[in-house]
Design a binder for this molecule. Sequence first.
Ligand SMILES: Cc1cc2nc3c(=O)[nH]c(=O)nc-3n(C[C@H](O)[C@H](O)[C@H](O)COP(=O)(O)O)c2cc1C
Ligand code: SF4
Length: 594
Amino acid sequence: MDIDKFISSITASTGNHPDRLLQYLNEIQYQYSYISQPAIQLLADKLSLSEAHIRGVVGFYSFLHDKPRGSYDILFSNNITDQMAGNRELLDSLCNKLNVTPGIPRRDGRVTVDTTSCTGMCDQGPAMLVNGWAVTRLDENRIDAIAKLVESQTAIEQWPAEYFQVKDNIQRQDILLLSKVENGSALKSLIEHGAETVLQQIELSDLRGRGGAGFKTGMKWRFCKHAEAEQRFVVCNADEGEPGTFKDRVLLNSYADRVFEGMTVCAGIVGATQGFLYLRAEYRYLRKPLEEVLQKRRDAGLLGDNILDKNGFNFDIEIHMGAGAYICGEETSLIESLEGKRGIPRKRPPFPVTHGYQNQPTVVNNVETFMAAAQITLHGSECFQCCGTEFSTGTKLLSISGDCERPGIYEYPFGVSIQQILEDCGANDTQAIQLSGAAGSTIPADDFGHAVSFEDLATGGSFMVFNKQRDLLDMVRNFSHFFAHESCGFCTPCRVGCSLMQDLLDKVDSGHASEYDLEEIRKIAQLMQATSHCGLGTSAPISVLDTLKKFPHIYQQRLKHSSYEPAFDLDAALQDARDITGRNDAGAHIGTES
Ligand SMILES: Cc1cc2nc3c(=O)[nH]c(=O)nc-3n(C[C@H](O)[C@H](O)[C@H](O)COP(=O)(O)O)c2cc1C
Ligand code: SF4
């Protein structure tokens, strides 16, 4: 379709709203494989935005491009768990079969092959995205078939359906996943008991946010309820970009009604009229089924005006898609992104509960938090207080992957030990756990007696297992490349620190590092933790510091030099000069230490 007509059709139907810029750009990207200059000009005119602003947004998100990608845009998920399952070999194999260089569209424009950050399929990797659609359980046979499908220009809709099958892999259920919550029943309970009573139940339950930080949910909702406002908003954070986390994917696939019910309860309590589900682009396949769930809820009177015939209880939910930026999981970046901007974290305070979306009071909660809130609304605070620990009530969903026999989703009451989890998921010979993703801690075997809880080992849910055959430096390097790629670049300690950290860890890996470099790593880590603007910069060095302390041998065994050696080969760099001068004597070489 003519670009002018296409842009008019997508913008006019949604009111030419600048806040929707990212949504429009996503549609253009899906349709044309890139955002062309004419597209930018047309959008700038229609939305009364500057072209520079739009170009800035395009440049920020990994899944938006200002140059054409291949008709088949293939991105291999590059989490450490994908790497452990052989993604690199499969990428090389596909590139060979298709005669394509990673990252560069093939000359005929047919295909691009590249890597991307964790796609949230760690329990069924290696995985890839093809034009945004997740393909799981890759092996050499599947790669061979995919190469043939690309060469024969078979439309993606005609590719075998099993390639796109994403399994839930629920391995352990507890009160949250086992309980039945009929659609609308929590809302009926809210209407029957009143907003204040239900809010008190949420407070009494001691529910804490499941996205990682563990802020008390009842307190957050109360702040929002009491903030001055023209309008209030409820946002469900389904960005789930933390490497190794995929529980929200499963909840949205199989428990979406309950998540939306929790959001609507929240809206009823705080007085919000508009909700958003911010869905990571990697879960594009979930969008249509989620839209269908929302429509069914509207048809059943569970969304829209006068919900369940309660006068003035008006609330609806819209799905906004992300575009491949991990930082947009941070709640203020997410709000910026919802407003159609680059996802740069805001200064806090003020917090979103008073100044969030459109500067209005906004509750941002994780998918699992909303689901738990629906359950408490229906069954009361006791259903949470009856399990867990003193400071961590209820249960936690864990996304387990890596070296274990049964990867998938496990729901445990808080207080479960790491050892118990390892036994349940069939992990043997375990060297370490990476808890809470790339941003989390590396737990050695000595600490497997510790428990998952806010007072001991807090986690957003990622649980990656590494057996004794694994080289943990591969893990740390993978994370450092991830952070260097995902740093939003706003503040210097993180932008430069992540990049220096990546280079130094590569230097360690190549055997050219010395004690001096390890000391540099520690200094940079300290600086990042003390001065970064947001949680990405402060958490990026954790796994490096943890492994330096608890697994020093992974560094020490690679140190060949006791004193400093530059990261590049000085002697080799002088070869041109030697060639020009015709010298090759000892004095024309830089001496190397033995
Ligand atoms: C870099 C970064 C990424 C984050 N990603 C997510 C995410 O994907 N999902 C999420 O729920 N919270 C994420 N958070 C935490 C959110 O900022 C916020 O605390 C959370 O959505 C609040 O919900 P909760 O109270 O229900 O946990 C992230 C934080 C940081 C610093
Ligand atoms: S810490 Fe990193 S991600 Fe956060 S604002 Fe600074 S540069 Fe951006």
